[in-house]
Design a protein around this ligand. Sequence first.
Ligand SMILES: [Zn+2]
Length: 274
Amino acid sequence: MPELPEVETVRRTLKNVIIGKKIKQINVFYDKMLLNETRESFKAKLQGKTILNISRYAKYLIFEFEDVSLVSHLRMEGKYFISLSSIPYQKHEHIIFEFEDGWSLRYHDTRKFGTMEIVSKGSEFKAKGLDTIGLEPFETEFTLTYLKDKTHRLSRSIKSALLDQKIVAGLGNIYVDEILFLSKIYPGKKCLELTDNEILLIVENSTIVLDKAIKLGGTTIRSYTSSLGVTGRFQNDLCVHTLDGEPCKVCNTLIEKTKIGGRGTYYCPKCQRM
Ligand SMILES: [Zn+2]
């Protein structure tokens, strides 16, 4: 699943090539991914419009037009590709935005879990998912006070709390494992047992890990690659995620894998004591 750094990589890549392009025609091949729209209303709201900007919040891409924004969530396998409009429809392409200049933006999704929602400009946080989302680590309000307030009464594990988009926006399985490793916190530790210092470490390491991942173009794990074939390099810098059986970079103890909150979780049993 693309996480915040991968979505940011997609945003930057797309921004370089499609800003200013005007949509001539839209082909929808799978309309169940459209929220609150029929195929016809979706086309009517976007055809003839120009993409003025692409922004992002957490794992949501936001295509900004004159009067509306298109909020896109890639979910498990969604990808965007740019190709000439003359190239025929390819398997798993669900929506094709054809531009006036002969190029097209194609949404490709083998799992079909991605969603698209049109909202009026300025109402992006009314889109489904964004209406309940927590702060992303890059927000200045994402502080010890914020995270402590959201978690200090919870008996659930810190790992599952950090994966909860209503608490922190944009963190997924890979980066939560890395953040907890750097913070020397066992992922199964209950939120209510965390010290202020531990919460502060999580706050600080969240931006450090995400910043670094964005600089390296995100992580390419399993089937996920960003649009235009851009491959992330952050997987070479992972400390624990997917590294079970490998020696810890800090203490040489072998990294272990367990399940916490139903998710595969990697940690160093020495650096991250229970
Ligand atoms: Zn270690």
